[in-house]
Design a protein around this ligand. Structure first.
Ligand SMILES: NC(=O)c1ccc[n+]([C@@H]2O[C@H](COP(=O)([O-])OP(=O)(O)OC[C@H]3O[C@@H](n4cnc5c(N)ncnc54)[C@H](OP(=O)(O)O)[C@@H]3O)[C@@H](O)[C@H]2O)c1
Length: 329
């Protein structure tokens, strides 16, 4: 923040979540006045000056009472993976109403689901969406609701990124949790398929930089953040490097997911998104570079060390052991 200028005000919805937590840290560090919304108490002490708002994201009066005027609203809400159909639309409407009431620009972490199950290898802001499966449709409708609200004066920015790294409960954990303790890395994807990842502290800093440059953007803008693009083999080498020893390869039991999918919602949801592990893809961030110049990219080695250190009970040489567990992405 420029000295002498009024502090910009941001509310982070879902502040106890992965992106929400990182966004609170990044906006506070950049000198923003931050309100951190969550239904529960903060999972870690909040940075100095951040105000905790313990309320439901649907409770508009409570949120407005906490912060009547906002410059920015980070929508880091994420209902359970199997309940998006029922819960994303009302949460999105609530966020739009909050933006209408407070004047805040909405920022949403987009994902690559919108491109459907035949997504091309390079994803730009012009790549067409494809409503080929339920989750693609849900994300397409979420972003369409923001674009629609922009026509009524509610500004919004989608920063699209790959799968998160750097907190617990990510896709990385799905392949690593118990396997790593047995000296193995479980691979979700074939060895040679590039997959897009985003390290949360970097992505959160991108959010801050984009928020600070938002005056240059149209009423509804979409920007891609490239993050890290890694093949299974590259990821394996990085994990070995972080753990300081060779590790065996194991395949994720997709066959088991198929077997139990008829009776279990989560395996069904995982199978629905399996194409993301089979189709090479990366995000092109040329437009983001144009807006913010230098884009935060922590070296992959450090990202993996930090991400593995988040796994409960996993000891990464030279980093402390964590114990908290969180739900899957
Ligand atoms: N995870 C990824 O790899 C990834 C990649 C790209 C984009 N994204 C997108 O980024 C956004 C945030 O994802 P995330 O992984 O950071 O989220 P997350 O950690 O799974 O959850 C964020 C927060 O959402 C709130 N929430 C969950 N269910 C709710 C409900 N029914 N009603 C109200 N609030 C609810 C919870 O807050 P409280 O319980 O504290 O209220 C939770 O802490 C989502 O739109 C996601 O799709 C995620």
């Amino acid at each position: 923040m420029v000295k002498g200028r009024k502090m910009a005000a941001a509310m982070v919805l879902g502040a106890n979540g992965r992106l929400g937590h990182a966004a609170v840290q990044a906006f506070a560090a950049a000198g923003w006045q931050v309100w951190a919304q969550a239904r529960q108490a903060p999972r870690q002490p909040l940075p100095k000056g951040v105000t905790s708002v313990q309320a439901d994201a649907l409770d508009l009066p409570a949120l407005r009472a906490a912060a009547p005027r906002l410059d920015l609203i980070v929508n880091a809400l994420n209902p359970h993976y199997t309940q998006w159909d029922a819960l994303v639309p009302p949460l999105t409407s609530a966020v739009i109403q909050l933006a209408e009431a407070t004047g805040g620009t909405i920022m949403l972490p987009g994902n690559v689901y919108n491109f459907g199950n035949q997504l091309p290898p390079v994803l730009t802001e012009q790549t067409p969406f494809a409503d080929t499966n339920a989750k693609a449709g849900q994300r397409i409708r979420l972003e369409a609701a923001l674009a629609d609200a922009a026509r009524r004066g509610v500004r919004s920015i989608v920063v699209r990124a790959g799968d998160f790294l750097g907190d617990s409960g990510t896709w990385l954990d799905l392949g690593l949790g118990r396997a790593l303790k047995a000296g193995k890395v479980t691979h979700l994807a074939p060895e040679d398929v590039p997959h897009a990842w985003a390290y949360l502290p970097d992505l959160a800093r991108v959010f801050v930089a984009v928020a600070e440059g938002r005056a240059q953007l149209p009423a509804h803008a979409v920007l891609h953040y490239a993050g890290l693009t890694l093949t299974g083999a590259e990821l394996h080498r990085l994990i070995e490097g972080a753990m300081g020893k060779p590790l065996q390869r194991a395949s994720f039991p997709w066959w088991l997911m198929k077997l139990i999918a008829p009776v279990a919602a989560m395996p069904r949801a995982l199978l629905e998104m399996r194409h993301l592990w089979l189709r090479p893809h990366r995000l092109d961030e040329a437009r983001l570079v144009q807006l913010i110049g230098s884009v935060p990219h922590t070296p992959a080695e450090q990202v993996l060390r930090d991400s593995l250190a988040q796994l409960p009970g996993v000891t990464v040489p030279g980093t402390p052991v964590r114990s908290a567990t969180r739900s899957a992405a």
